[in-house]
Design a protein around this ligand. Structure first.
Ligand code: CP
Length: 329
């Protein structure tokens, strides 16, 4: 594996391989000395253009626990604030010869775009707009593996802002490969057009979707991606219709678990008594996130090199395409 752009590129076998490799790293993180030499001599750069607590920290911890050198760069402290383009920033960092560049960006497709110009660097998508968040889905699958052998045949009910959620999209892709079902629950204003093409069941009534669910997977509203404020009438009404509370949890089967990728907005999509209940796996997801990112970094650093691309022609083509779309990277 040279890059990790999304769940879309992975086969079922690759997903299972990464989850199983992640499982082998959980124990390392629970030891008093949390260190293995696996990535000694490797350099990882985390380049985050959007805020993050879980993903950025877990990639940093994952690299450090495997003895890699890890550098963190956030947009607010990078030279992009002085007008440098994304492409120039990427090429500048690649010239420092890192093995892996972990990128979070608000524009979908950023990682694939940069990969064309950085032939010697592995790129990991840590979340690109509303497109994909592959390591979150691998994290969730590792978390569920601690309860079930396989997600096959299970029903994951994803509730909330499906339209702006890269997590929901990546789960829909993973479900098709691994044989689990996804129900999506949202008002029409928070659903993408033609969501049914992913083979999921669509609900607007949360209560109706609960029976038969094995996971109630709650999402926050991604207000930073909303272009209008009329996706829902008010926070109070949204919470009434789509918030997970004790009453709704009691409607679910006794083995149904609660998940959330974070960050949570308590009192909006989930109440505190549910988030902190024994059925909540939210902090297990955080722990598994470190182990999964250790697996991803290990898999990438063990990969081969690709042939260099013709940089100048590729660059011209990409810049022309972005200009045509009115975007300046
Ligand atoms: N789940 C997730 O991506 O969380 P962060 O935004 O804190 O990284």
């Amino acid at each position: 594996m040279k890059h990790l752009f999304g769940i879309a590129q992975l086969s079922r076998e690759q997903i299972e391989y990464l989850v199983n490799l992640g499982a082998s790293f959980v124990e390392l993180s629970r030891r008093s000395v949390k260190k293995a030499p696996t990535l000694r001599g490797k350099t990882i750069i985390n380049l985050f253009f959007e805020n993050s607590t879980r993903t950025r920290t877990s990639f940093e911890l994952a690299g450090k626990r495997l003895s890699a050198d890890v550098i963190n760069i956030s947009a607010s402290t990078s030279a992009t604030k002085k007008g440098e383009s994304l492409l120039d920033t990427g090429e500048t960092l690649a010239a420092m010869q890192p093995h892996v560049l972990v990128i979070r960006h608000a524009i979908a497709g950023t990682c694939e775009f940069l990969a064309d110009y950085l032939p010697d660097t592995s790129i990991v998508n840590a979340g690109d707009g509303a497109h994909e968040h592959p390591t979150q889905i691998l994290t969730d699958l590792l978390t569920l593996k601690q309860t079930w052998d396989s997600p096959q045949g299970k029903v994951i009910t994803i509730v909330g802002d499906i339209a702006h959620s890269r997590v929901a999209r990546s789960h829909l892709l993973a479900a098709q490969k691994l044989g689990y079902s996804v129900r999506v629950v949202a008002p029409k204003t928070l659903l993408p057009l033609a969501i049914e093409r992913f083979g999921c069941e669509v609900y607007h009534d949360f209560d109706a979707a609960i029976p038969g669910s094995d996971v109630l997977y709650m999402l926050r509203m991604q207000t930073e991606r909303m272009t209008s404020s009329c996706c829902f009438p008010s926070i109070r009404e949204y919470h009434e219709a789509y918030g997970l509370n004790r009453r709704r949890l009691d409607m679910a089967g006794k083995d149904c678990v609660v998940m959330h990728p974070g960050p949570m907005n308590r009192g909006v999509e989930i109440t505190s008594d549910v988030a902190d209940s024994a059925r909540s796996h939210i902090l297990d997801q955080v722990e598994c996130g470190v182990a999964v990112r250790m697996a991803v970094l290990t898999a990438l650093c063990g990969g081969g090199q690709t042939e260099p691309v013709r940089r100048s022609r590729k660059r011209e083509q990409a810049e022309a395409a972005m200009k045509a779309q009115g975007k300046l990277l």
